[in-house]
Ligand binder design. Structure first.
Ligand SMILES: Cc1cc2nc3c(=O)[nH]c(=O)nc-3n(C[C@H](O)[C@H](O)[C@H](O)COP(=O)(O)OP(=O)(O)OC[C@H]3O[C@@H](n4cnc5c(N)ncnc54)[C@H](O)[C@@H]3O)c2cc1C
Length: 426
């Protein structure tokens, strides 16, 4: 380990999205000196669906983030799935491990709230600071800090810490700078979204459209992708669509065009029209199924999208980024309490093992799922014949939302937990 005298912090966290803010919060709460860096000036936008499942809510509760309705949150009670001529409402399950409600909040506001929460716990936050690469120990090749450019300052700046967390999102600049390229054999999603002022702003359910039509629903052609409408309770809703491919190869779909066609056929009373649109349609990639690793090596930890932690089942990434930040913080806190370099390294390495033990098998199942649904015929059959079967849908809902009891529970929980345990870790 480098001498504490020259270090700027016990841990440097690069990126103040949910993953970085969670890591910074948990490290600071454990008494560590944290330097959290972000290239943006907050509040800043992030292209996202803004939906939080019960799994994400549980992480927010662990962080002590205020999530009462009077704090400006809209709660959702479950998922409405539309496809194959069916409309199915699936309430979030009653479980011991997770609450039975989800949340939604525009990322502009959510990420600001989380970063302020980390600051309140004692993390030092420095925005408008673009990390350009790792600072390496010449002798060992270990990461001992970062190089950065601070807006308004001439020349590069160096920050030092014994451990660095890369939570810099899908661009994964820090990991790439260490030669950690994304895996080609892991699923990659692409999605676009915008906001509308709409009477649907306080729908108590998240809505998912498994079929997108290029004309009148049921009487036109199916387009490749799935859509969502997530109500934000503030007069607006986040509306978007995307698709997923089982490899990192880019799809040739024009998503903005697809979106325009979907909107042109949306019911008039939803008011998804140009005059009610708030901001442009913007898109981004969704790296899935642990598409970059190792999760820890040579003083660098990858958290959230930087490690491709989005679920291949449903495109959810906030819950996993928050979880990874928490587990990373715990490993770092444990490591800094150890007396030897070997002991510290052993503690840091537990981060990767814990994340893979928890999610590896589940993500392997998710990769199989993506391989199936990327064939439109399979998807079509599943929506047509699967959706009207309540028992099957109860199972599928728990599986896709990663909302099952890891131990015990009902038959669906036990089947999913068993499959996830049997599947080789991703
Ligand atoms: C269209 C779309 C819809 C989605 N919908 C949902 C959804 O409804 N629910 C859900 O759970 N997930 C959703 N996701 C996934 C979710 O957005 C991500 O998984 C999540 O944001 C990952 O968090 P993160 O902290 O890893 O990275 P990010 O949120 O991307 O944060 C990374 C941070 O790093 C900063 N940064 C980047 N590079 C540097 C650098 N070089 N130096 C300093 N700072 C840097 C950025 O400014 C940013 O603040 C969606 C994704 C997309 C694209």
């Amino acid at each position: 380990m480098t001498s504490a005298v020259s270090d700027d912090a016990d841990v440097i966290v690069v990126g103040a999205g949910p993953g970085g803010s969670s890591a910074a919060y948990h490290c600071a709460a454990a008494g560590l000196q944290v330097l959290l860096l972000d290239k943006a000036s907050f509040p800043r936008d992030k292209i996202c669906g803004d939906g939080l499942t019960p799994r994400a809510v549980a992480e927010m509760v662990r962080m002590g983030v205020p999530i009462r309705e009077q704090d400006g949150w809209i709660r959702n009670t479950g998922l409405r799935v539309i496809g194959g001529g069916h409309v199915i409402e699936l309430p979030w399950p009653e479980l011991s491990s997770y609450p039975s409600f989800g949340l939604a909040r525009a990322r502009m506001s959510l990420d600001h709230l989380l970063v302020e929460h980390a600051r309140a716990a004692g993390a030092k936050f420095q925005e408008r600071t673009t990390v350009t690469g790792p600072l390496l120990d010449e002798r060992t090749g270990r990461v001992i800090g970062v190089q950065a450019k601070v807006a308004g300052q001439d020349g590069p700046v160096t920050y030092r810490a014994p451990v660095v967390i890369a939570a810099d999102g899908v661009s994964a600049r820090l990991a790439t700078g260490m030669g950690l390229e994304k895996r080609q054999d892991r699923p990659m999603g692409v999605a676009v979204r915008t906001y509308f002022r709409t009477p649907r702003h306080d729908d108590p359910m998240m809505e998912s459209h498994l079929e997108l039509w290029d004309g009148k629903p049921g009487e036109s052609d199916l387009m490749p992708g799935y859509g969502w409408i997530f109500s934000l309770g503030d007069g607006s809703a986040n509306v978007g669509l995307g698709s997923v491919s089982s490899t990192a190869a880019a799809t040739t779909v024009n998503y903005k065009d697809l979106f325009a066609k979907w909107m042109a056929n949306a019911p008039a009373e939803w008011e998804f029209t140009e005059e009610h649109q708030l901001g442009p349609v913007r898109g981004a990639a969704l790296p899935m199924g642990f598409n970059r690793g190792p999760l820890y090596g040579r003083g660098l930890m990858l958290v959230g999208d930087a490690a491709g932690m989005i679920s291949p089942f449903n495109g959810e990434g906030i819950a996993y980024a928050l979880q990874a930040g928490r587990v990373a913080a715990d490993s770092i806190t444990q490591s800094l309490a150890r007396g030897t370099a070997a002991g510290r390294e052993r503690a840091l390495a537990t981060y990767g093992t814990r994340m893979k033990d928890d999610l590896g098998g589940y993500y392997t199942l998710g990769r199989v799922f993506v391989k199936l649904i990327e064939h439109p015929q399979v998807m079509h059959l599943c929506t047509r014949y699967g959706l009207p079967r309540p028992l099957l849908m109860k199972f599928v809902h728990k599986l896709l939302a990663d909302c099952y009891e890891p131990h015990g529970g009902d038959w669906a929980d036990r089947v999913i937990a068993g499959l996830a345990r049997m599947a080789p870790a991703a």
